[in-house]
Design a protein around this ligand. Structure first.
Ligand code: MLT
Length: 411
């Protein structure tokens, strides 16, 4: 009989969002007339920008004629898309990233998990707490942790608390770690890191020969001028950091699937003999073997994000969700509910009222107001007592949800 990967048995219950969907499904079944507004998973709701639709339609036409038909594309992504990313996302910010250091993929979630394929088993790994659960769960699956305790903390991981007490500025690890996951603008707290903060991380990674895995999936939501959009804005980061970006939250690609990972050629790890190995080469090998690239049609759509019209339309989408976030923040403030984020991120992070646990507040919001959010404890032990509201929804639903919070919630 085939044996299984026993590490999967260490995972806590379900992955957070399917678990929420399960609970909401049960509530909906028991209350078929309830009109439920979902502000849980950060999934976009607004249609794709017209410039992207047009480019994808044209790409479909390309596929309809032999001279312009495309079969397998390059596993790393088409050069014309990678060039645009380097020219528009990195060069203007002074980041020394070239097109051949960029890999196109079908999602940052996949890439932040898959990257473990090229890393060894004995790394000491630091994560923020709360944290996007994918970073932790994929390490559990890979056998990089021990068991979880009752609060959901896995033995072997170094947790860096990120709470109101430290202004959502996690401390540097108090020991030497090899791998550090950072996400800015932060999911779930909506916090950002200043240039000085990121410089400290780069300095730590350089001094400790550590690798930073930097998730910048929400960079388009940065509104404050002095907040860095990329870790490569920090000198030396191109020797110690891999960056993940996505078209999901800016261009609305959650259902289309396109993202990118930057593995600069100067980033290295060590093999079992202590010899330095270039991670770019390993990631290229990994992707060429296990991935056949993102479809031509989707990459043409992503390319249109860099046209003048595409850029304007994407900015309008981002502004739309940020305006939703403002409505949420103002409502919570008017009710005296302390909250964070929502200025440079599509997420609002709040203290649960009346000292309720995160899941108790989840249930209360669902049963009293028929609104779904995300319990902070689902992102880690230090998220207990917090709750996340996503600004991804129609204006009508956001307004209706806030009205319900004002009038139906018994606090
Ligand atoms: C979230 O809600 O945290 C995100 O939508 C999850 C994701 O992007 O995979």
């Amino acid at each position: 009989m085939a044996t299984i990967n026993d590490n999967y048995l260490k995972l806590k219950a379900g992955y957070l969002f399917p678990e929420i969907a399960r609970r909401v499904g049960a509530f909906a079944q028991a209350n078929p007339d309830a009109s439920i507004i979902k502000l849980g998973i950060g999934d976009v709701t607004e249609p794709l920008p017209p410039a992207i639709i047009e480019a994808m339609h044209k790409a479909v036409d390309d596929m309809a004629a032999r001279p312009t038909f495309h079969g397998y594309g390059p596993e790393q992504g088409y050069g014309w898309l990678r060039e645009k990313i380097a020219d528009f996302d990195y060069k203007p910010r002074g980041c020394n990233i070239s097109a051949d250091e960029i890999f196109i993929s079908d999602g940052s979630k996949c890439d932040t998990g898959n990257i473990l394929d090229i890393l060894g088993p004995n790394n000491t790994i630091a994560v923020c707490d709360p944290v996007y659960p994918v970073y932790v769960d994929t390490n559990v699956m890979a056998g990089n942790t021990g068991e979880a305790d009752d609060a959901g903390k896995y033995d072997g991981l170094v947790y860096l608390p990120m709470t109101a007490e430290n202004d959502f500025n996690p401390p540097l690890p108090d020991r030497k770690v090899d791998l550090i996951y950072l996400c800015y603008p932060n999911n779930p707290t909506g916090a950002v890191a200043s240039k000085e903060t990121l410089a400290k991380w780069v300095e730590y990674a350089t001094a400790n020969d550590a690798l930073i895995l930097f998730d910048a999936a929400y960079e388009a939501y940065i509104t404050e001028a002095d907040v860095p959009h990329s870790i490569y804005e920090i000198e030396g980061a191109d020797k110690v950091a891999i960056e993940f970006r996505s078209f999901s939250k800016n261009a609305g690609f959650t259902g289309i699937r396109c993202a990118l990972t930057v593995v600069p050629k100067g980033v290295t790890g060590t093999d079992r003999n202590g010899e330095r190995v270039d991670l770019h080469r390993l990631w290229n090998r990994r992707q060429s073997t296990k991935f056949n690239g993102v479809s031509y049609i989707v990459q043409r759509g992503a390319e249109a994000a860099y046209t003048p019209d595409g850029k304007k339309q994407i900015q309008a989408l981002v502004d739309f969700y940020l305006a939703n976030a403002l409505i949420v923040r103002q409502t919570l403030e008017s009710l005296g509910m302390k909250n964070y984020g929502g200025v440079n991120a599509p997420y609002i992070w709040l203290h649960t009222p009346d000292g309720l646990s995160s899941w108790d507040f989840f249930d209360k919001l669902l049963t009293e107001a028929h609104i779904v959010g995300t319990p902070g404890s689902g992102f880690g032990a230090a998220g207990e007592g917090y709750f996340r509201i996503s600004a991804f929804n129609s204006r009508e639903n956001i307004q209706e949800a806030m009205e319900r919070i004002k009038t139906r919630l018994n606090t």
